[in-house]
Unconditional design. Structure first.
Length: 278
């Protein structure tokens, strides 16, 4: 049994929060550059150029990519041979609070969702998802999710008789209706199967993938959805153009014989996350 202290977790989570807020992942920058190179509409090209410049400025000056420093979502894959010494949840929330204060990151969490809506002042609580896996290591992913794109999240409970064409139309319609609100070009995560909550969680996880689906049928579905979404001509930040969605990733799960949940996680052009393994 390997022991990992909450001090180690605290240090790593704090580092990942800073990196995720300040530095756009390499594959995201490459996707934005590829869209800029193939875009034909002047305003769309100018918009993509500004987004790329924004990423460069943030990285060079060590400042946030966006004024909305998001909700902090933490995915932990914990090896079954690992013992965490201390309170994992308290440790992560303390890292969030201290890091947001130390680096002047905007706190965006309110304590009560409906009545008082008083800001917690330190961006806690974080949303923590722990999965037990084989091994003696701990993989930590910090995902920063802005409110504008989160508001465009969608879930539909289809019936098993629903065909693939209907699901494609649902996704394309959701992207089109969202328009400029989620700040496209989008990174789109799709959860299919499971229960409603599983599909939503898988949509969150899927958006962090950076490779096509390993199964050919799902890979083809990702490609078709990507093409159809870009045909909407919503364009960068809703100004029109050939590039509305940068990438589509699907994560499927077994489901009940009577259900077919499909969840959509729309993420803005600043897909902010970082992963580390202890």
């Amino acid at each position: 049994m390997r022991t990992i202290t909450t001090h180690d977790i605290y240090t790593e989570v704090s580092k990942l929060i800073v990196e995720a807020n300040f530095y756009l992942p390499g594959h995201v920058q490459k996707a934005l550059l590829a869209m800029f190179n193939r875009e034909t509409k002047p305003l769309a090209r100018e918009t993509l150029s500004i987004l790329l410049k924004n990423a460069t400025i943030a990285q060079q000056n060590h400042i946030p990519l966006c004024q909305d420093c998001g909700s902090v979502i933490v995915f932990i894959d914990m090896g079954d041979e690992v013992h965490i010494e201390g309170n994992l949840y308290e440790c992560i929330n303390r890292a969030v609070a201290d890091t947001y204060r130390a680096h002047y990151l905007r706190p965006s969490m309110v304590q009560d969702p409906l009545f008082e809506r008083t800001n917690t002042g330190n961006n806690t609580p974080a949303w923590i998802h722990v999965a037990i896996v084989e091994g003696s290591s701990v993989a930590i992913t910090v995902y920063i999710k802005g409110g504008g794109s989160e508001n465009m999240t969608s879930l539909t409970m289809f019936t098993p008789t629903t065909d693939v064409h209907t699901i494609i139309e649902y996704v394309v319609s959701t992207v089109k209706q969202a328009g400029p609100n989620p700040c496209p070009p989008l990174f789109l995560g799709i959860g299919i199967g499971g229960t409603a909550d599983v599909a939503m969680l898988n949509a969150k996880k899927a958006v962090l993938h950076n490779k096509p689906h390993p199964m050919q049928k799902y890979k083809q579905l990702e490609e078709e959805i990507l093409q159809r979404c870009n045909e909407t001509q919503v364009g960068p930040l809703g100004f029109g153009g050939n590039n509305t969605v940068a990438a589509v990733h699907i994560k499927e799960a077994p489901t009940h014989i009577a259900t077919l949940p499909v969840a959509l996680n729309l993420n803005c052009h600043s897909l902010r996350y970082r992963t580390a393994v202890l």
